[in-house]
Each structure stands twice: as C-alpha cells, then as structure tokens.
Design a protein around this ligand. Structure first.
Ligand SMILES: Nc1ncnc2c1ncn2[C@@H]1O[C@H](COP(=O)(O)OP(=O)(O)O)[C@@H](O)[C@H]1O
Ligand SMILES: [Mg+2]
Length: 313
C-alpha cells in the first residue's frame, strides 16, 4: 500500500430493490494503491455495491467519493472506473481488437490513441496474438484475461473485480493472482471472492459485508495480527480432529488449506501462543505427525467466521 489517502470512500450507503434492502448504511474506505478484499456470503450486497459505484444503479441514501470527488462530479469530469462484472460478456460478432477499441473510444480517446491503448492492454494480459479473434474462440482463462484487459483500459484509478476467479481451475487462478500483483503498481483494486486463503496472500485491505452492512474494514495485517492462534503446517492428513478436541478441551482445532494446516486456537483469550506450542508440539511429535512449519496466526477464513458470529450476537 502506498498511501492512506482514500481512492474510494463510501459513507452510509443505502440501496433497495423494491422492498429488498440490499445495502443498509454501508461504509467502505479503500486507500490508494491497495488491493482490497471484499468478502461476504452470497446475497450480502457485493455485486450491488459494485453496480452502485459503477453507476448502473442509483443509490437512495449516503455518499460515494472517488479520487476525492463525489461520484457525480467524478463521472461528469469524464473519468471512469474499471469493472469486471460477475457475469462478464463480450460481443461475439466483433473481434477482440475492435471491441476494445470501441470501449476505449467511449472513454474519450481518439481512434489512434484507442488502438494504441488496446494493444497495450492486450499485451499486458498476454492476449495480443488473439486480437483478431472473436471472444467465443477464447478459453475460459483467456476470457478472464480479456475481462481484465477491458477493466484496465484507459488506466482507471480504481478497478472492481466481482468474483473474478469463480469456476476457474487452480492454474488459471494463480495466473490471475500473478497478473493482479503485476498490475497493482498502476491502480487500486477491490476484489470480491469466496477464496479467502488466496485473498489473504494477495490483498492488503479487507472489507467484510453482511446483509448490506459493513462489519469490518481494516488492513490485512492488523486484522490478522497474531491472536491466541497457532498454525501447524503438517506433512500428512492423518490427524483426527475429534481426538484432539477430546484430549485438549481448552483448545479449538480447525483444518485449513485442504487439511495441510492445523489451526489451534485457545478458548482463553489470554493464552500465549508459546503455551499452545508447548501443549501441541509434543502431541504432534508423539503421534509421528511431520511438522513443516509453525506460525502464530489467525487466517482470514477464521477471522471472517469469528466476526460473523460476533455480528450475529
Ligand atoms: N436485480 C435484483 N432484484 C431484486 N433483488 C436483488 C437483485 N439483485 C440482487 N438482489 C438482492 O439484493 C441482495 C444483495 O445481492 P447481491 O448484491 O447480488 O449480493 P452478493 O453479490 O454479495 O452475492 C440479495 O438479497 C439479493 O437477493
Ligand atoms: Mg455477487
């Protein structure tokens, strides 16, 4: 993160679809140069938030400011934000090149500038060799890259990506995250996704949304500051959680990352992580469990579940 100056600031935003309240005095603050994880369950209001920021939906109450201007002034001054919608669609009867040029011209570029900009973004996502093809000829991973090319067209100051990796295979997902890391020096991203372990590595800000309300907005580091939790990365998945739970009743156990990481949390918030280590390490050794790594940390996944529970109280 380069600065704490907000590129996006949402205050007390409310929006309803008829009688359905989708956003309820929602707040969000995204510093310039950050990659912000936008996390919430299905129906929490993520797509609605993106649609309101993009100007597709008119909000009923509250305020949105982009680059220090209110949304109306921002749009009036001809500036745009980049959006990769949840259901990305392209014109299938036009070449990739011609539709990106068309979109670039909508953002005010001359024909020549638009063509140069199209070449730049296609090369940025390694699709320049597909410029003369139609989108339906692309694989799913290529379509995702084309969606990103479209979102970064004309260098918008803010790019919103709505569940960009849903349904993508693990290789394409990691290519996607690499691409975002490469692009992050030029812009600010807000990414909604249910893949919390990937967001945890990629993002430096987090916003949790639940039933249209913000339940947390923080830096990733601060949110995940070591609590009374330790992660044990282990070399096999032979541990029976029930076994551990009945042996150590003052601790909570949980598996992360497909069973490779055993997360251990003390039910007593005053317990030191060194005390957890003292208890669990001997047990792991006695049971011949290979220990690859020990980290005192709470995961984004755990933190999210914890905050949801606190929010329901
Ligand atoms: N076009 C729509 N018409 C009516 N209700 C909608 C529409 N789109 C979303 N909603 C409702 O608004 C709420 C928020 O939805 P959405 O923003 O799509 O959530 P998310 O993207 O977090 O899954 C949900 O209750 C959803 O059912
Ligand atoms: Mg959605």
């Amino acid at each position: 993160m380069k600065t704490t100056e907000p590129i996006l600031e949402i205050k007390q935003l409310s929006f309803s679809y008829g009688t359905i309240k989708a956003l309820d005095e929602f707040n969000m603050r995204v510093p310039k140069g950050s990659i912000c994880a936008f996390v919430g369950r299905n129906g929490a209001g993520k797509t609605t938030t993106f649609s309101v920021i993009a100007g597709f939906l008119r909000f009923h109450a509250g305020s949105i400011s982009l680059c220090g201007q209110n949304l109306h002034e921002f749009r009036k001054s001809g500036k745009m934000i980049g959006l990769l919608p949840q259901e990305v669609s392209f014109f299938d009867d036009r070449t990739i090149f011609s539709q990106l040029v068309f979109l670039a011209r909508l953002s005010g570029l001359s024909k020549n500038e638009a063509e140069n900009e199209t070449r730049r973004v296609l090369s940025r996502v390694s699709l320049l060799d597909q410029a003369g093809n139609n989108p339906h000829e692309l694989s799913r991973g290529m379509k995702m890259r084309l969606g990103i090319a479209q979102a970064i067209l004309a260098c918008p100051p803010l790019i919103l990506l709505d569940e960009p990796t849903a349904g993508l295979d693990p290789v394409i997902r990691s290519q996607f995250y690499e691409l975002i890391k490469e692009l992050k020096n030029d812009t600010t991203f807000v990414i909604s996704s249910h893949n919390l372990s990937e967001l945890e590595t990629l993002c430096d800000m987090v916003c949790f949304i639940e039933k249209g309300k913000s339940i947390s907005m923080d830096t990733m580091d601060h949110l995940l500051q070591a609590e009374n939790t330790v992660h044990f990365k282990i070399g096999n998945d032979s541990i029976q959680l029930e076994n551990l739970k009945t042996t150590f009743t003052d601790l909570d156990f949980y598996f992360e990352r497909d069973g490779n990481v055993l997360s251990v949390t003390s039910k007593n918030s005053c317990t030191l992580t060194s005390d957890i280590n003292k208890t669990i390490l001997p047990w792991l050794l006695q049971n011949h469990i290979p220990i690859l790594e020990v980290t005192p940390k709470v995961s984004l996944h755990q933190k999210y579940l914890k905050q949801l529970t606190q929010n329901q109280k």
